[in-house]
Structures are given as C-alpha cells and as structure tokens.
Write a protein that binds this ligand. Structure first.
Ligand code: TXA
Ligand code: MG
Length: 321
C-alpha cells in the first residue's frame, strides 16, 4: 500500500528511482513520473490503464524552464502563461526531441503546465526533470481531489502519495493552444474562459464532446460514475424517481427536496457560487457513486464562469460509451 505523507524528500527519491508518486495540484491530484524517462512514463499508462493514444501533461515549476522542452512560444500563449502560471492552465507547444514521443502519443505538440500547489512546487524545484502527470484516477473514472481518493483507487499500485489536502480548484486545467493563428481552447477547466479572453481577446472553442481518439482526452464518456447517471430537470426527475421506487441520490447546485427516506442529496454550493461548486463536484460525485443508490440524478449549472466547465464534466459523466 502507498505511504501517504508530506515528505518531499521521500517523493523525490521515488521519482528519481523511476517510480510513480501521486502529487497534489490546485486542480486535481496527478499521477507523476519522470517525463524524460520512457520507463516511468510507460508505468503511468499501465497504472492508470490508460490507452497510449491519450497524451500526458508535463509539469514544471517555471515558465523559464519550459524553454528546454519546447520550441518557440507564440506571443499570445506566452502572455497567458505569464499571467496565469502558476495556475490551472495547460498550454500546447511544439515539442523538442528531449520529450519522449510516448508522452505526447506521437503528436508534435506537448502539453505543459506550471501548477500552483505549494508542496508540488517545492518538489518540482528540487527535481532536475519535469513530471508527466495525468489525473490520478483509473482511466475514465472521476478525477481525485483528495489523497484518500487516490489511495482508494491506486493505493496498491504506487509507493507514495504526497498529501496536499483538498484541491482548491477541483476541476482539471483549461487547455489552450494555437490553431490557424487563433488561440484555441481544447478543454474547458479550472481557469475561467472570461479570464483568458480578457488577456487575448476572443478564442476558438474546440472542446466539444467527441468519441474520436484523435481529439485526445475529449472522449465523450469520461469522468463517469459507475452508477446510472441522469442529467436533467430535477423538479421532474425527482418525482419520477420516487414513483419508480429505485434508490437514488441527488446532485444539485443548491436545490433541496423534501423526501421521506434516506435519499442522499448533495448541494454543490448552497449559496450558488460556481467556484465552490467546482471544488465540490468530484468529491460529491464520488460519494454518491459509493453510496447505496442505483441512480444519480443531477442538473446542469448556469452556463457562466466555471459553470461551463462543470457542465462539460457533467455531460461526459452522463454520456454512454
Ligand atoms: O489539471 C490538470 O490538467 C491535471 C493535473 C494533474 O495537472 N491533469 C490532467 O491530466 O487532467 P489528464 O491526463 O487527466 O488530462 C490531460 C488532457 C487529456 O485529455 C489529454 O488528451 C490532453 O490533456 N493532452 C495532453 N497532451 C496533449 C497534446 N499534446 N495534444 C492534445 N491534447 C493533449
Ligand atoms: Mg484525466
């Protein structure tokens, strides 16, 4: 079983030995290995049961260090990096040969990010290599936002989990790159789109659901609970569930229903704050999934701020196949 602790030196030892360590970031926990060591990178795919066509994000502790891994950085993307790093932003850049093809699934661009969590920043500062890290969940399941989530699912496969508490943002990073001279968003995430457009103007959004592996990580069904998950109008769904008599749970922004009996209800943010809702999303989804219910009913958030990214995750959680 993995040791859970806050010992950066221990984490460093395992990583230097080519082993994997779960690391906290402000978005979600990552399953990290030496990005320059093909053996360590292969272990990441194997441990997560992740198909090798789905590339990994490379994490480092400063924008200066990125120069060693990528060719030039287009002006608009540099501006975004300077403004939002460290933070929940990932940038796709043309890679140098030092980044193994396994990391990028053979693509010419590598995804890079400077995360904000202080423990992981200290760890990255002490390492002389960057860390490849996908979210630390089995492929297709809900991303982990606490050390205990990682321990439960991958604890028997890795030696160490660096415990940085609950993730502050709770949604994966927003992914951007340049396409046809335009800043393009490939995944909505923890950095609000409005903040990006304030810096670079209008952007193209290409994060729509797809079942095409060539649009990596945008698989239509993802972040999926094992229970049946239905998205819709809770005022209709809840009475319907009561009538059907199947045990169900409710995930709402802040609605509460009067129900006799023990149906679990989770309000993502009682005050309707979408930042708080993002922070709670994956934890509440997990709790519902692990409760005794057969069905989870949920509603979409308002389509503004982080609501859009939350809705993206909810739709993928509800998608079949
Ligand atoms: O917040 C995050 O981004 C977290 C933390 C740990 O940093 N990481 C994360 O990694 O969410 P992962 O592997 O679960 O999701 C990364 C996404 C995948 O959908 C992958 O397909 C996409 O980034 N991606 C990575 N490299 C890419 C590339 N070179 N081109 C296009 N998409 C890429
Ligand atoms: Mg993931």
């Amino acid at each position: 079983m993995a040791i859970i602790g806050q010992d950066i030196e221990k984490a460093k030892e395992f990583l230097e030995a080519g082993q994997l360590v779960a690391i906290p970031t402000e978005t979600v926990y990552g399953l990290a290995g030496n990005a320059l060591d093909v053996g360590a990178v292969a272990k990441i795919f194997e441990t997560k049961n992740r198909p090798s066509f789905d590339p990994l994000i490379v994490h480092t502790d400063s924008i200066e260090k990125i120069g060693a891994f990528v060719c030039e950085i287009p002006e608009a993307l540099r501006k975004l990096g300077e403004k939002f790093w460290p933070g929940p932003l990932t940038i796709l850049l043309e890679k140098k040969a030092i980044i193994p093809d396994l990391v990028t699934a053979g693509l010419s661009r590598v995804a890079v990010r400077v995360p904000r969590h202080s423990l992981t920043r200290s760890l990255l500062q002490e390492l002389d290599f960057p860390l490849a890290a996908p979210s630390a969940n089995p492929f297709g399941y809900i991303s982990p936002t606490q050390a205990s989530h990682v321990a439960k699912q991958l604890g028997d496969k890795i030696p160490y989990i660096l415990d940085g508490g609950s993730c502050e943002v709770g949604l994966e990073s927003t992914i951007v790159g340049m396409e046809d001279g335009k800043v393009t968003v490939y995944r909505l995430g923890g950095l609000d789109l409005n903040q990006i457009t304030e810096v670079v103007g209008e952007v193209e959004i290409k994060s729509h659901s797809s079942s095409n592996p060539a649009a990596p990580g945008l698989l239509k069904s993802h972040y999926a609970p094992t229970k049946e998950f239905i998205l819709g109008d809770l005022d209709e769904l809840v009475p319907e569930m009561l009538q059907r008599g199947r045990p169900f749970g409710v995930l709402s922004l802040n609605k509460r229903f009067t129900l006799d009996g023990p149906a679990p209800q989770f309000q993502l943010s009682p005050s309707g704050d979408l930042v708080e809702a993002a922070r709670n999303l994956f934890d509440y989804l997990r709790q519902l999934d692990q409760s005794g219910v057969e069905v989870i009913v949920a509603e979409l958030m308002p389509e503004n701020g982080l609501g859009r990214a939350i809705n993206d995750r909810l739709r993928r959680a509800a998608a079949k196949g």
